[in-house]
Ligand binder design. Sequence first.
Ligand code: ATP
Length: 228
Amino acid sequence: MIGEQQNIKTPISGNQLLTANNLSHKFDYELFNNINLSLEKQESIAIIGTSGSGKSTLLNVLSTLLKPFAGEVLYKNKNLYSLKQNELLKIRREDFGIIFQAHYLFRGFTASENLDIATFLSGEALDEKLLKDLKIDHVLAQGIGELSGGQQQRLSIARVLTKKPRIIFADEPTGNLDKDTANIVMDTLFDYIKNNDAGLILVTHEEELAYRCDKLYRLEDLKLQELK
Ligand SMILES: Nc1ncnc2c1ncn2[C@@H]1O[C@H](COP(=O)(O)OP(=O)(O)OP(=O)(O)O)[C@@H](O)[C@H]1O
């Protein structure tokens, strides 16, 4: 294993993890207008909606990746988009865990080496139970190219959780998985947020999985309609 560095996270007081106020964004057409959202510790929120409604764009805005046309995203009482670029990057790297559908694993390395990179950068230890829960503990010696699409997806989720994020932003994290495996991934994410006082914001097309979250919204007509 690569040497470890210490990365001590300051605790967040209170229950509030993330607050979005009056967010609006558009590209060629308006996607959302004046929407509000708040995420607490141990809470999971799912966002569904038709293709092109703006779900991924909203997740990008919430997770430091895209400055909204209007509105603010508060984390630790500061608007992310009024921070200096290096402060924003620090939050993205240390506190936020972003899971994309297209997983960005380092090809040419083994599964284990990909996890080593995450432990090295975060200073966090590898969680063997997490790998067992995700049923990838037996593929660690294999190269990325030798893993199935679903195994690669679960490895990329393990890599994100290994850095112990405060908030997980997941865009279709179960897109390549069969129903049972998708539920295993959801169980793992729910366990993680309960055990780490973290939060989860999930974008998905799979309504059954979305209903497993504490709160559920549909992005429709430029607003978040509350379904649960
Ligand atoms: N960087 C960008 N530049 C220009 N247009 C963009 C950009 N990103 C997204 N869009 C457009 O914004 C609209 C919403 O895209 P977005 O990916 O947020 O939708 P979505 O609800 O996540 O869709 P899907 O369910 O198909 O993934 C689409 O018309 C898309 O082409």
